[in-house]
Write a protein that binds this ligand. Structure first.
Ligand code: COA
Length: 260
């Protein structure tokens, strides 16, 4: 399927989704949000896809935020719809059931930082810049930023970033736990590809169980989270991949996972 604002590519079991509006620093207008949701749903439904990489076109920006020119004319009801559309996209990514890696090469601001935080892992170039600058526009984050930043970096950092509207370096984002890895710009692709390949080779049903247990566990009591983990653990024993993984270990050979 052809998209107006996205480019999609495949490498083995890894699908790469590129937000492709470089002249607008890949800003997220409504159409791009809708296309992204569709692209992620397609990735979820395609059994040949085992991991997804999300990035922005060009060197300058991952995504520089929600589209300010579009928001400028919104009524409160339109803004409500825009926020819900953005939040639904972020939830679709978070609950994809397949690992999603954000490859962040430049500005990840506002909706761009929110998009990165909805991914399961974030790999950033040393040159990347993060921030929630909505307050500078008289706005607040509307695609889940207040909630995901709180959960990733804690209350102090979330309040500081959202209230000051300032930017932070990739290194600072790493120190705050927002980013998993920071690498030299020249090493970004190699690092992201190696990570995505590793994730794509992992047992997919086990990966889905881990994502479910961690994401749901973060939103509930420890007792409920532990029960969820037990159920996901037990379910893994219904898979051929579990037999293959344990048998391969005992036979001292590399496991080959089929997702069944
Ligand atoms: N929405 C819509 N358009 C955006 C955008 C956004 N979030 N961010 C950048 N653009 C557009 C600019 O308007 C400009 O378009 P133009 O060439 O038609 O004028 C183009 O992208 C290039 O951006 P520009 O501002 O000229 O680049 P810069 O290098 O001078 O500055 C930024 C880069 C990221 C610092 C600056 O673009 C910026 O502050 N963007 C907004 C960030 C933001 O507030 N995001 C949160 C939105 S809720």
């Amino acid at each position: 399927m052809a998209y107006r604002h996205l480019e999609i590519s495949h490498r083995d079991a890894v699908r790469t989704i590129i937000v492709n509006r470089p002249d607008k620093l890949n800003a997220l207008n409504r159409e791009t949000l809708n296309e992204l949701t569709l692209a992620f749903v397609q990735a979820a439904q395609d059994d040949s896809v085992r991991a997804v990489v999300l990035t922005g076109a060009g060197e300058k920006a991952f995504v520089a935020g929600a589209d300010i020119s579009e928001m400028n004319g919104y009524t409160p009801m339109q803004a409500q719809g825009f926020s819900r559309t953005g939040q639904q996209l972020m939830s679709t990514i978070e609950r994809l059931g397949k690992p999603v890696v954000a490859r962040i090469q430049g500005f990840a601001l506002g909706g761009g930082m929110e998009l990165a935080m909805a991914c399961h892992l974030r790999v950033a170039s040393e040159k990347a810049t993060f921030g929630q600058p909505e307050i500078n526009l008289g706005l607040i984050p509307g695609f889940g930023g207040t909630q995901r930043l709180l959960r990733l970096a804690g209350r102090g950092a979330a309040i500081e970033l959202c209230l000051t509207g300032g930017t932070i370096t990739a290194q600072r984002a790493y120190e705050l736990g927002v980013v998993n890895r920071v690498v030299a710009p020249a090493a970004l692709d190699e690092t992201v590809n190696a990570l995505a390949d590793q994730l794509a080779a992992a047992a997919p049903l086990a990966a889905a169980g881990i994502l479910d247990a961690i994401l749901q566990g973060g939103e509930t009591s420890i007792d409920q989270g532990l029960e969820f983990e037990t159920q996901a653990f037990a379910l893994a024993f219904a898979t051929e991949d579990m037999r293959e993984g344990t048998t391969a270990f005992l036979a001292k050979r590399k496991a080959v996972f089929k997702g069944s």
